[in-house]
Write a protein that binds this ligand. Structure first.
Ligand SMILES: [Zn+2]
Length: 429
C-alpha cells in the first residue's frame, strides 16, 4: 500500500470515528482524477448529499440555452418528430423476446446472445415486410402494421450498448417498470422459462403497457446498417470489436447481411438521417411529455459508461434536466460485506474522458459537448452511487468496521485508477 493511501485511509477512519464528514478532511490530499473518493468518503460519513454547485457554474455546465437553440432549430424537422412517435410497450417487447430461440433466431442463447446478435438476426429480418418492393422498416412500423400501438411517444428512452446480453437489456427495462434498480432477479426468471409470471407481475402493477424508446426497435435499421458492418478500423482495439461484432456470439459464424432495397440514409443526408437525431428527439420529447425520462440499462461489464454514443445520450439527458435512472445487473458491489471489489472499483473510477468510439472524431464530438469533464463525472458518480449507498445504512456495523471497509474500497479504487490488481489489494487490506 502506498504511503498516500495509508494516510487517506487513516484520515477517513478517523473522521468517521470523530463524526466529521471525511470529504472535508481528505479533499486536500486527493489527486484531481480521483473524484470517486468523494463517494467513498460519503460511505463512511453516511451523510450522502448531492454535491451542490454554485448557481452560475450549474447553469453554464448544463448549457440549457444552447440546447434550447438546438431544439428550436430541429423541432421543425419531421424526422425528429417521426422518431419521437415510436415506442414499444413491455407486452410487445416480451412477446418479441418470447419468440427468440423458437420461431425466430433458433440458436438464441440468453446467456450468450448479445443485442447486436438479436438486431442482426431477429429485428432486421422481422422488419422486412413481404410485398413492399423489398423495402425495410423500423420494427415499430411492423407492429403498427399489425394493429399494435407503436406510433406513440415513449415514457422513457433507454440507453444501452449493443454488446451486452439482450436478456439483460430486456430484464433491465422490465425491472425499471417494476421500480427496481437491479435486474438480475428478473433476468433469472426470464431465462428459466417464467416469462408469463413476469408479464403477470407487470400487469398486476399496471405497467405492462409502459412505453420505451429503444434504438434497435425504433430506428429503421434498413435505412442504415442492415447491409454491412462498416469498414475495418485501423485501431487494434476497435478492430477487435469490429471483428467480434460481425460474427454471431453463439455460432462464431459471420452474420448474414440484409439485401433489401431500402435506400440508405446516413450522415451525408443529415436532415433525413435517423442516427444523428437522438439528442434533438430527447429534447423534443421532454417538451411534449413532462415526465419523460431516461433509463440507462447497464450491461454486466459497465461498457455503457464507456461507449461514446451512450455517453452522448447521458450528457444530452443530463444537460436537459431529463430525469435519469440507472439499472444495474446487481447492487451487490455496494454491499458493505462484498469481498470482490472489482465491480465497485470500476464503477467508482468511471470517467467520460475514457469513453470509446470506433471513430476518434465521434469521441471528440462527445467530449466537446461537455463543459466540464470533472463535473460531469461527479454527477454521473452521484447517479450511480447516490441512492444505492443511501440504502446501505450501517445497521449491524460498528463504526470501526465501517471505517475499515471504507478504507478497503478506497484502496481498491486507487488501484483501479492506477491499473493495479484490485482483488489483490482487497485481500491485503
Ligand atoms: Zn435491409
Amino acid at each position: 500500500m502506498t504511503g498516500t493511501v495509508q494516510v487517506l485511509c487513516t484520515v477517513i477512519a478517523a473522521s468517521h470515528l470523530l463524526c466529521i464528514p471525511p470529504v472535508l478532511m481528505v479533499c486536500g490530499f486527493l489527486p484531481q482524477h480521483l473524484a470517486p473518493a468523494y463517494h467513498l468518503a460519503d460511505i463512511a460519513s453516511q451523510v450522502l448529499q448531492k454535491p451542490e454547485l454554485p448557481e452560475s457554474e450549474t447553469s453554464s455546465i448544463r448549457g440549457r440555452a444552447k440546447l434550447r437553440r438546438a431544439l428550436s432549430k430541429n423541432a421543425q424537422n419531421a424526422k425528429v418528430q417521426e422518431l419521437a412517435h415510436c415506442s414499444i410497450d413491455l407486452e410487445n417487447l416480451l412477446d418479441f423476446y418470447d419468440k427468440l430461440g423458437g420461431e425466430t433466431m433458433k440458436h438464441f442463447n440468453p446467456f450468450l446472445s448479445t443485442t447486436a446478435d438479436v438486431v442482426r438476426q431477429a429485428v432486421i429480418p422481422l422488419s422486412r415486410m413481404e410485398g413492399m418492393e423489398g423495402r425495410g422498416f423500423a420494427y415499430t412500423d411492423v407492429l403498427a402494421a399489425k394493429g399494435k400501438l407503436s406510433q406513440q411517444m415513449p415514457d422513457c428512452m433507454v440507453t444501452h450498448t449493443w454488446s451486452g446480453l439482450f436478456l439483460h437489456l430486456v430484464a433491465a427495462i422490465v425491472s425499471d417498470a417494476l421500480g427496481l434498480d437491479e435486474y438480475h432477479r428478473i433476468a433469472s426468471k426470464m431465462s428459466s422459462g417464467k416469462l408469463m409470471r413476469v408479464k403477470q407481475k407487470l400487469a398486476a402493477k399496471g405497467v405492462l403497457h409502459n412505453r420505451y424508446w429503444i434504438c434497435c426497435f425504433c430506428v429503421n435499421q434498413h435505412a442504415s446498417i442492415c447491409n454491412g458492418v462498416g469498414e475495418a478500423p485501423s485501431d487494434p482495439a476497435a478492430l477487435a470489436r469490429w471483428e467480434r461484432n460481425r460474427r454471431d456470439t453463439v455460432t462464431g459464424q459471420l452474420l448474414s447481411l440484409c439485401d433489401c432495397k431500402e435506400p440508405k440514409v446516413l450522415n451525408d443526408q443529415p436532415d433525413k438521417c435517423e442516427l444523428n437525431k437522438f439528442h434533438s428527439m430527447m429534447l423534443w420529447l421532454q417538451q411534449q411529455k413532462p415526465n419523460f425520462r431516461q433509463l440507462v440499462a447497464a450491461d454486466g461489464d459497465f461498457n455503457v459508461f464507456e461507449r461514446a454514443w451512450c455517453v452522448a445520450e447521458l450528457v444530452a439527458a443530463h444537460d436537459a434536466d431529463i430525469p435519469q435512472r440507472i439499472c444495474l445487473y446487481s447492487n451487490s458491489p455496494f454491499d458493505f460485506d462484498e469481498e470482490d471489489l472489482s465491480a465497485y472499483a470500476k464503477l467508482a473510477s468511471i470517467s467520460v474522458a475514457n469513453s470509446v468510439a470506433t471513430r476518434q472524431e465521434d469521441k471528440e464530438m462527445v467530449l466537446q459537448q461537455i463543459f466540464s469533464v470533472k463535473d460531469f463525472d461527479r454527477e454521473l458518480q452521484h447517479l450511480i452511487f447516490g441512492n444505492r449507498l443511501v440504502k446501505q445504512k450501517s445497521i449491524g456495523y460498528d463504526s470501526l468496521a465501517l471505517a475499515a471497509r471504507t478504507s478497503r474500497r478506497l484502496q481498491a479504487v486507487w488501484d483501479q485508477v492506477r491499473g493495479g490488481d484490485v482483488k489483490l489489494a482487497a485481500g491485503l487490506l
